[in-house]
Structures are given as structure tokens and as C-alpha cells.
Design a binder for this molecule. Sequence first.
Ligand code: NOJ
Length: 440
Amino acid sequence: MYVRSFCDSDGDGIGDLGGVRSRLDYLQWLGVDAVWLSPTFPSPNVDWGYDVADYLRVHPDYGTLDDLDALIAEAHERGIELWLDLVPNHTSIRHPWFREKPEYYVWSDNVPNDWRSLFTRESAWTFDDGRRRYYLHQFAPEQPDLDWWSPAVRREFEQIIRFWFDRGIAGLRIDVAHGLIKDRELRDGVGHMRDRPEVLDVYERWQEIAAGYEPKPTLMGETYVPPAGLWRYATQLDLVQNFAFLRAPLRAESLRPLVEQVEANLPSNRSPLWFGSNHDHSRLATRWAGGDERKARAALFVLLTLRGTALLYQGDEIALADGVVTTEQSTDLADPPRDPERTPMPWTAGGEEWLNPWLPLGETSRNVESQAADPDSTLTFVRSLIRRRRELGASSYATLPSERGVWAYARGAATCVVNLTDREASYDGRHLGPWETLLY
Ligand code: NOJ
């Protein structure tokens, strides 16, 4: 969840840990097993928390370490795991290490290669006046990359993850999981800046640490690599994020082969992971569904009935569309800005739960209160699907033959069918209206 926009408990317009606590009953009611919190660490917020200034504390906007401990405990009582968003590739330029431990970062006397920043699209090397050298940043200049060849950096993070596992954190989403290790010789080419095989050694060690806890915390990687590269990460990470699926159009002929590819190649001890929205991408209700709630439900059906783990982004469950954020209201450094997918969660039609929110609340016709009371709402649909998916358990996936535009698959003894077209269709003698789904 994007903490800043989930629920505000103190009226300052910024979502916080108290807000998450106040909605644990809702998350339990919905059937959520685990919550991935966006970064909760102190940060100058150049990149909204993805520039960490202290990995062992909580940003005062969100609360205190005691609040986080209480949240972990209260979530646990409801059978909900809490996962943190760890950002190991880079720190904030304001992290004390940048001044006190410059050897933790990647330096060069000159601009050594053609690597570019994902945010500025200019050189990924910035001159530091104090050190009279260039430092590397795959993202903003305020986000210097750590040198993961350094044993000291590795030791720091081993302590950091133990610190959080000791507190009861049950999983980590690893930011830029494919990007930690850079070519030692700093050769030209983006392939030398990210997605290098040596990064798996880091996760092998983290898994050894995780194995010392019961239950073992989950390691989920933000793995922005082509699908064929995912299986390698899955040898060490429990869950790997498949961005090809999110980027594909909402069509049977596009999504089905991606699922078949995962089913055929993922190591057998791993579970697939499916998602259609996050804080960096247009929400599925907009990107896949163009605002059409029927299409959003079809997409949610797919996410929740495929084998494996489904990640819902806050608001997916009410088919929340992207917000409208003007250039003056925009807060994000990326181009295009990611504010539309980060607008606050509408809990009520009146929106009175958000006073002067940090991003505009916008449209509230789709909100939790109204949909919870409506047996025909998307929220009710999602909640009952979450119940039914428990019955499907870990049963195997198998594509079933179907007419064009319709996607049918077996999950063990159950049959799932979704009509991803605007036309009437049929399957196995049963009628399907446009975007209709069947589970029997
Ligand atoms: C991926 C995060 O999801 C995104 O929000 C952030 O800007 C980059 N990593 C850099 O940390």
C-alpha cells in the first residue's frame, strides 16, 4: 500500500501508520493476508521515501517506531503480515553514510561510461564538489547508488534486515532488486549497470538470514527484467514481479502466453505473482479498463484466480481510476509524473476523511463505504473472489481451449472463464456477456 495516500489519522493530509492501524479491520474483512507498506523510513522525499536517510527509523510524517511495532502486532492478531519496502540500491544523499562513509558508494574520477539516470535521462554521474569526483545515481542525483561489491555495505544491510525481522516484519519488497550490482569495470551499456548475475549472491545471503526466523520472511523483488530473465531471480527470491504482465494489454491473446510462460519456467518451489497496478503505473481501472468497471472486474478476476500470489494496489478493489493532478499540484520528479496513481484512497462519498490531502482526492463516487454496503459492487465482487480463491489453494493452472478473446483455465477441478471482449461469447455451452466471468 502507498502509506501516504491510504488513510490519515491525524488530519494533516498525509496518510500514516495510525491510519493503516485504523483500517486493519477493513483489510481483514476484505481477506488480505499481507500488506506491503511503501517506504516508511525517514527521507527528504525527493522521491517520496525511495531516498532513505535512515533505514532503522520511521519517518515522522508516518509516526514512530512504537507505532510501527503496534501496527505489526495488531496486524498479526488479525492474521495479516506486514512487509516493508527496502531500498538497498541507493540511499538519500542526506543519509549520513554519504558524508561519513563515501567508500560505500560508486565513484569515478571522470564520467566513465554512457549510463543514464532513469529520472533525468542525463548522465548517471554527478560531480561532488567536496570529493572532487563523480558519484553514480541510476535515479535522481539525490539518490546515490551504493557499491554492492563492498563487504561493509553488505554487512550493513544484513544488520538492517535482521533489525526488522526481529521486530516481526514478515516480508520485504526489494526496490530495484535487479540493480544493486554494477559492472566492476564500469563498462558502457545499460546491461552493465543492472541485471547482473552477481546480485543473486546478495539474496542468497538474505535468505540464509531469513531462514533463521519462523515463519521465514518473504523476499519479493522489484525485478524489472524481461520475463526470460525472471527465472534466475526466482532461484533466490520467493516472489519476482513480472512487469511484462502489467504492461500487456487486457486481451486473452496477450496475457495468456505470459501466464503460460511463467507456469512453464518458474522454479517448481516458487509461486507466481500477479499484479496490475502499483504506485509507479497507471491503476488497472484506468490503464486496462479505461474506467469501465466491467473490464476492471474482469482484470481482477484474472489476478485473483490465477495460481499464485495476487498483489492488489489500494483502490483496485473498488475499481479506483487514476486521479487528476494538474501540473501545479504535481509532486513527483518522474516524467511523466506518477501522481495520478498515488492520489488518496476514497473511504466515503463525502471524502471528509481527507482534509487538505497532499494530493487531490478527486472523484469519490467509487468509495469503500458505498461499495461495502452494495452487494453488486466491485468491492463485494473482490471480497467474495478472495474467499473463493482460498478454495482454489495452490491447485495447478492449465489453459483450456476457448474461442478467441475468451480465456479459460482449469485450477485443479475448478474452471475459470473470462470474456475479455465487448462481444457476447460462450464457453462449454454457457453464455458470457461482454467482460463477464465464470468460476465453477
Ligand atoms: C522503484 C520504486 O517503486 C519507485 O517508486 C522509485 O522511484 C524507484 N524504484 C527508485 O527507488
